[in-house]
Design a protein. Structure first.
Length: 222
């Protein structure tokens, strides 16, 4: 794999998404609750990230997409993964992890992992629903669980898994002009692939996290 691919921030910007931003009135707790209660048709974006996985069987996992209800607007809580981890070291991600036998369902996995990784107690979490499963290049089939979060929480990260916790305005992430398409050459010379990136301040959001955010974007725009 090329050095450039190992440093995605160095890869060229091919274009930016041309979709309009999610209207501001839709970025409210009440509207989100209503949207997840509906059966409105929409089309998830197809990712080719699983092209990189050599696994025939994907391992089940869940992430929590925690939307924090601040008085001055909604934000999305994200983590920076610890640099020593085997999968996605140093990348920006949602709290989450693999399914365990004791978990009742994907929602339980997401809530348990969020509590273990960042200390987010489930009494502050109001689960809204699920987005379509997302297959990663590392061989996971991820269930994204979207939730509203009461900002009264106190977080405590697990340093063995999380290097930092931060929040990004939801309006920034739900605006297509902030969705960059970047390109890289496949190491075997078989062509190019593209991925989305959403840089925010010093944080470079890309890969599976950006892919799931793109599906949230499409879901809210439908």
């Amino acid at each position: 794999m090329s050095k450039a691919f190992l440093n995605p921030e160095l890869l060229p910007i091919h274009s930016t998404a041309d979709e309009a931003a999610v209207p501001a009135y839709r970025l409210s707790a009440d509207w989100l609750r209503q949207r997840f209660s509906e059966q409105r048709e929409w089309a998830p974006e197809v990712s080719d990230e699983n092209f990189f996985s050599k696994n025939l069987l994907f391992k089940p996992a869940s992430v929590l997409i925690p939307i924090v209800q601040h008085k001055d607007g909604l934000t999305l809580l994200l983590t920076e993964r610890a640099a020593h981890l085997n999968d996605h070291p140093g990348q920006i991600s949602f709290p989450g992890g693999r399914f365990e036998e004791a978990d009742i369902n994907p929602v339980e996995t997401a809530l348990r992992e969020a509590e273990e990784e960042v200390g987010l107690q489930r009494r502050f979490v109001d689960v809204l629903g699920r987005l379509p499963e997302y297959r990663t290049g590392t061989g996971y089939q991820v269930s994204p669980i979207v939730a509203l979060v009461n900002p009264a929480f106190e977080l405590q990260s697990d340093p063995t898994e999380v290097a930092a916790i931060f929040e990004v305005p939801l309006a920034f992430l739900m605006d297509g002009k902030n969705h960059q398409r970047r390109t890289f050459e496949l190491p075997d010379g078989s062509g190019q692939r593209q991925f989305y990136a959403m840089p925010y301040q010093q944080h470079f959001i890309w890969g599976a996290t950006a892919g799931m955010l793109r599906n949230l974007f499409h879901f809210l725009r439908a």
